[in-house]
Design a protein around this ligand. Structure first.
Ligand code: HMG
Ligand code: MG
Length: 302
């Protein structure tokens, strides 16, 4: 089976990872983390989230982080923007890409962003328009595309519907997210194929949390159907504050190790990602969650 020759990895650790850490990591550490990741060669780093600080206090320093990072030419720095208030903050912070985030599950939409799916699309409309006016990239993220912590099964039709709405808003890229890491490979392929009937396959991203240990298998299954953009979190940081028990995204080091082995180009230097993972794990006072990262560190220590 032909797999893509090149894959883009969107590093989401500084946002998806750190938004869910109990310890509120200071802006200086976040800045150093983003800078280390930029130097490792990522074309896209999700560095900020302009949401209500009452809902997600860990992201309250996003403006400071965006002001402090050393921007690498060629790297897109993304920020979550649930509404116009978030968009204005992202614009002031010079984000390159704004992310509107909805859900394929009504129940999760209410818990995460306090409105229905239809209301969320209405809120995203002015954000999408403003992004276009200001020449910013627009990404749409769809939570619970493979299952929901509140309603359980999510029908394929619900995913197709939200993909279509995000497409109509003018999204440049759409993330199909397994918020609680419940999917398995065949199901993943069915969901990705459904999404690809409504939106260009080459602009679809897989966002897999690793709660049930299925994320790498789901990425491989997605590669088989031609998906070539994946989100990952250095040292496997993260989770979601509105999805209890959800663990972090798939660890970036594990994804790169697998892609390197498959001969798939990412443009990212694994050794530097391992260093970045060690840096943030040491700061958090624990061992990183990347199996490949830990193995490579053990090998280095000899
Ligand atoms: P709301 O309470 O319905 O909004 O929250 P509101 O418009 O009524 O505003 C209430 C208060 O929030 C006001 O402040 C606003 O100013 C403030 P007050 O007058 O009470 O002092 N506010 C804001 N402050 C800063 N920035 C903003 C903003 N908007 C309103 N942008 C809202 C609605 C969406 C804001 C809220 O529900 C929220 O912030 N939710 C955050 C949810 C979140 O960040 N979740 C995690 C990220 S999504 C994720 O992790 C999933 C993903 O990884 C994919 C996957 O894995 O599934 C992407
Ligand atoms: Mg996530």
């Amino acid at each position: 089976m032909n797999l893509p020759h090149n894959v883009k990895i969107v590093e989401v650790g500084p946002r998806d990872g750190l938004q869910n850490e109990k310890e509120n990591v200071g802006a200086a550490v976040k800045i150093e983390l983003v800078d280390r990741l930029s130097r490792a060669g990522f074309a896209n780093v999700e560095a900020a989230s302009f949401v209500s600080p009452k809902w997600v206090p860990q992201m309250a320093t996003s403006g400071e982080v965006m002001a402090g990072i050393a921007r690498r030419p060629g790297t897109i720095y993304s920020a979550l923007t649930p509404n116009m208030q978030g968009f204005e903050a992202a614009l002031a912070a010079r984000a390159d890409e704004v992310v509107i985030f909805g859900s394929a599950s009504e129940a999760f939409s209410q818990k995460n962003i306090n409105c229905s799916i239809a209301e969320s699309i209405a809120r995203f409309e002015p954000v999408a328009r403003a992004a276009k006016e200001h020449g910013l990239r627009l990404r749409g993220s769809i939570s619970c595309s493979f299952g929901c912590p509140y309603q359980g099964e999510v029908p394929l039709g619900a995913v197709a519907d939200v993909v279509g709405r995000m497409r109509d808003l003018g999204c440049d890229e759409i993330d199909i997210a397994d918020t609680i890491g419940v999917s398995t490979p065949r199901k993943t392929q069915a969901v990705m194929e459904t999404a690809a009937r409504a939106f260009a396959l080459e602009r679809i991203a897989g966002h897999f949390h690793d709660t049930y240990g299925q994320a790498l298998a789901n990425i491989y299954a997605s590669l088989e159907v031609g998906v070539a953009i994946f989100h990952a979190s250095v040292a496997g940081l993260g989770g979601c504050p509105y999805a209890k028990g959800a663990t972090g995204n798939v660890a970036t080091e594990d994804v790169i190790y697998m892609l390197d082995g498959l001969g798939i180009e990412t443009g990212i230097d694994l050794a530097q990602v391992v260093d970045a993972g060690e840096f943030i794990s040491r700061h958090l006072g624990r061992k990183g969650a990347s199996r490949a990262g830990n193995a490579l560190l053990a090998k280095r220590a000899g």
